[in-house]
Design a protein. Sequence first.
Length: 95
Amino acid sequence: MEESTMENSVNVANLFKRMDELGVSMTTVSNETGISTGNISDWKKGRSCPTAAKLIQLADYLDCSTDYILGLTDTPKPISIPKETAERILGSTKD
């Protein structure tokens, strides 16, 4: 499967921000995920963007959400709320 072209461009700036935060290089990400350094370099330069499958793979490796990589949130990981707390909050909003 080919990478998406710029016509379907997405902002992956947080991908590189997260890599910097974790101190991992493109080579390390490539070695650990099997994603070529050429692909990663092309994403950084805006020549192409990752597929959904690669976004998921990167998010898993970088321990963050795909929304974070795509710049849809500033929080790398979703906030986890215990089920009981969520049920109590949701239950208190019922009429």
